[in-house]
Design a protein around this ligand. Structure first.
Ligand code: GLN
Length: 283
């Protein structure tokens, strides 16, 4: 077992993985249907032939660049284990900053109604619903395949009665259900011509629908801002994840709208501008 892990670690390092030991452990734990720590505490014995062959298959795919989250079909977000498939973006820790901001603005608001636009795996919607049991969350996505993943996650976490899914473009499917306390989104924000230069694991495996923000990367966010303003309650907030270079143009767009008051930009764990919030004025 330890020899197998060490061999895989060296192999994946050669193939360019930045976390070869972790990859090896997560994939082996997946095959053996256990968790990483138990690999060391409970599995001193050899790995059987069938498991070894399934493991080698996964290692080959990982060596070809497939993200570990797709290979095991799982990723944790805001302490919730979520199902993921190549139909959805793998939830990122950066996006947790948007959830924290949302939970913060919801303090003191009872029975809030929130929309997660472009929900993908359902990560943002489910994290909020899980933390705030009085919240009602609506989640939209263009992709029926993504919505199927999001629904499966709502079922797994017993949140299906408080999170409702709608197929369609941005806020269009929920326009009659507003106004809302929070509209939150991690929209596609990568400029189309930057996509070919993304890290291979992202570029070759993650859904471009969830990444491609048009020629300037701002196309989806701009449309969303326009749709969101009339659907916010007075005192309600729009919370957007942005690309690290998009703080000036997004703030400029938001500050042109008299109805909105901008909050300071939130930085991610690496110190990059990552989340922008604007509140609809009450007067
Ligand atoms: N953060 C993602 C990445 O860098 C992009 C997510 C998005 O476009 N919303 O790959």
């Amino acid at each position: 077992m330890l020899r197998l892990l060490t061999w895989t670690q060296n192999y994946l390092r050669e193939k360019g993985s930045e976390s070869p030991r972790l990859d090896a452990e997560v994939l082996l734990a997946h095959v053996l249907q256990t968790d990483r720590v138990k690999l060391y505490t409970q599995y001193a014995e050899e790995v059987g032939a069938a498991d070894r062959s399934q493991y080698k298959d996964l290692i080959r795919k990982r060596a070809e660049g497939a993200p570990v989250a797709y290979l095991v079909g799982r990723k944790e977000f805001f302490s919730l284990p979520l199902n993921v498939s190549p139909a959805v973006l793998i939830p990122r820790p950066d996006t947790e900053f948007a959830v924290v901001e949302c939970l913060d603005v919801l303090k003191g608001k009872a029975d809030p109604i929130i929309v997660d636009v472009g929900t993908g795996s359902g990560a943002i919607a489910l994290a909020i619903a899980h933390q705030r049991i009085d919240a009602r969350v609506l989640a939209t996505d263009l992709s029926p395949e993504a919505l199927a993943v999001a629904r499966s996650n709502a079922d797994c976490h017993d949140l299906s009665d408080r999170v409702t899914y709608f197929e369609g473009d941005l806020l269009a499917p929920v326009a009659d259900l507003g106004p809302f306390d929070v509209i939150i989104s991690n929209p596609p924000y990568i400029a189309t011509d930057v996509i070919p230069s993304l890290e291979a694991g992202v570029r070759d495996f993650e859904p471009h629908l969830a990444l491609d923000g048009g020629p300037d990367g701002l196309r989806v966010a701009s449309r969303l801002i326009e749709q969101a303003v009339p659907l916010l309650k007075p005192g309600g907030d729009l919370i957007l994840e942005i690309g690290s270079d998009q703080e000036p143009p997004i703030r400029e767009r938001l500050s042109c709208l008299d109805e909105l008051e901008l909050a300071p930009t939130i930085r991610d764990g690496a110190g990059h501008p990552r989340v922008i919030r604007a509140r609809r004025r009450t007067d």
